[in-house]
Design a binder for this molecule. Structure first.
Ligand SMILES: [Zn+2]
Length: 524
């Protein structure tokens, strides 16, 4: 590259503690183009050695099918770095997960000079202090060597992301994103650096019939990883209900990926009716997808946690090539204040529905003083509940909504781009209900240095309120799910590939049980 150069020294600190801390940065040149230093030739990553700046070249080999993807990120491994930059007017952006406020600095880099930029990031919130821990429940980062673990752990530290469910998958019969270790029962993880948990998991997929599901916290890969011709090069068997059982047998948790909407005719309502699922991934790729299936399943009286997961490195540039989505979509789990953060505790929190999912806003909810996942029993003639919800975000929020059985029952608008919305209200419940909070916002590309509008979404798992011990039921949704099961039965009958009658009968039995479950609700 022609032109003059200057030396940039950048330091990122926590504004309160003054501690230097890892972060993600990007630099824009005077013409608005993204600047990346050339990758250091040093590729060694271990406990004692790591480059100051982690560039995509350092981990491109871990991105499997996305190797050619347009990722142009810079992650500071310690929070301090020195490297040459073009001598011109530059803009530096610094971000670190959702709990620190990202900042922008513009400065002039003089030819043959040195420029020092010291950045202090304010905390929006310190959720760990109140027992909330975040993780990205959907990541595919190839780990074949110890060095790969270190690279990922440093990326997590820079994104202030304590945990990832890092999943092997299969494409056209070939294993992708292999995990060199899956962990062992009772541990399920590896700790590195500043206590980042990298847990091996698996996305079990079928693009021909069933869809995609997530197995987290397993100690052994569940074969055959994919079924159906497109991904597994085999029949549509074993069934996802069996995969859920094998996941639970290993002490793990099972959930549905992508809200059940990436393929047509996914079998999510079947496994949900068979009570095989712990969660439904509903925030990903700048979308909230929960109203397709999750709301309806909750309206059938099922208890399912909401989760968020990025699918990194798929869709890595959904906001900008230098703003990779690793940890953009997260699952926050309430372990209880002062409780030790372990992967088992984190998974257990998801199992119990003590979650909110988010791609930015931090969202807390209580109903009669109880948080997501809890059950509240109203006896006698009591019909009112006290709802408290609070959302905070480094970006402006548009609206907070309290959702009751899928319908918005209370709204608080964020006037004038406020970064905190509090809602305290009393709701009269007509019947047994699930109550959750959700919040929305939008960030223009210019406001965060990206290229796409960032649609902020956060959603809590429900608090389940039972009046007089009666179950939660919206009959229209039970009808819809029963009809849906009958529809996919016909689709699966025509399009499914099976080796023998036994496999076909096992699927039919599952579909019959699911249909009976929804039909039974309608006979109440
Ligand atoms: Zn998937």
């Amino acid at each position: 590259m022609a032109g003059k150069w200057s030396m940039l020294h950048v330091t990122v600190r926590d504004a309160l503690t003054k501690t230097v801390m890892p972060a993600r940065i990007h630099i824009k040149r005077a013409d608005g183009a993204c600047f990346l230093p050339t990758a250091e030739t040093e590729r060694r990553f271990d406990a004692g050695h790591v480059p100051q700046v982690i560039l995509p070249e350092h981990f491109r080999h871990s991105l499997h099918l996305c190797r050619q993807g347009d990722i142009r990120s810079m992650h500071l491994s310690t929070g301090e770095a020195t490297f040459p930059v073009p001598a011109e007017r530059l803009t530096l952006w610094v971000a670190r997960g959702h709990e620190h406020r990202a900042v922008r600095r513009t400065f002039a880099a003089k030819p043959d000079g040195a420029v020092h930029v010291d950045v202090a990031l304010d905390r929006v919130e310190h959720l760990r202090k109140s027992g909330w821990h975040s993780g990205d429940m959907h990541v595919h980062f190839t780990r074949t060597t110890v060095a790969d673990d270190y690279i990922l752990a440093y990326l997590l530290a820079a994104e202030d992301l304590p945990a990832v469910n890092n999943m092997v998958y299969k494409e056209a019969g070939k294993v992708e994103a292999p995990q060199r270790k899956m962990g062992h029962a009772g541990t399920h993880y590896q700790l590195h650096h500043d206590h980042q948990i990298v847990a091996g998991g698996e996305e079990f997929r079928d693009n021909d019939l069933y869809g995609h599901m997530i197995s987290a916290g397993i100690s052994k890969v569940i074969e055959p990883i994919s079924v159906g011709w497109q991904l597994g090069r085999r029949e549509d068997y074993p069934l996802f209900s069996q995969v859920c059982d094998w996941t639970h047998d290993q002490g793990g948790i099972a959930g549905w990926a992508h809200g059940g909407i990436v393929r047509m005719h996914e079998s999510l309502p079947v496994e949900a009716a068979l009570r095989k699922l712990d969660f439904v991934e509903s925030i990903q790729f700048n979308w909230f997808t929960g109203f397709y299936f999750w709301y309806r399943l909750l309206n059938c009286g099922l208890r399912l946690a909401v989760t968020g997961g990025s699918d990194f490195p798929f869709g890595a540039d959904v906001l900008a090539p230098w703003y990779p989505n690793l940890g953009l979509d997260r699952t926050y789990v309430n372990l209880g204040a002062g409780k030790a953060f372990t992967y088992d505790a984190y998974m257990n929190g998801i199992r119990r529905g003590r979650t909110f999912a988010s791609n930015g806003p931090l969202l807390l909810l209580t109903v009669n003083g109880k948080g997501p996942g809890a059950a509240v029993r109203l006896d006698g003639g009591v019909r009112d509940v006290k709802v408290f919800a609070r959302a905070v975000c480094q970006h402006p929020l548009d609206r907070m909504e309290v959702v009751v059985n899928g319908a918005v029952e209370h709204v608080v608008d964020g006037r004038g781009g406020q970064r905190e919305i509090v809602c305290e209200t009393r709701l009269r419940l007509r019947e047994s209900s699930w109550v959750a909070a959700r919040v929305r916002g939008h960030v223009t590309p210019g406001a965060y240095g990206g290229v796409a509008p960032w649609n902020l979404h956060a959603h809590t798992s429900p608090v389940y309120v039972h009046r007089g011990g009666r179950p939660i039921l919206q009959r229209a949704d039970a009808t819809a799910m029963a009809d849906y099961v009958r529809l996919i039965r016909e689709v699966y009958r025509r399009g499914g590939t099976f080796k023998n009658e036994r496999q076909r009968r096992a699927l039919s039995a599952n579909l019959a049980k699911a249909e009976a479950f929804y039909e039974r609700l309608l006979k109440r």
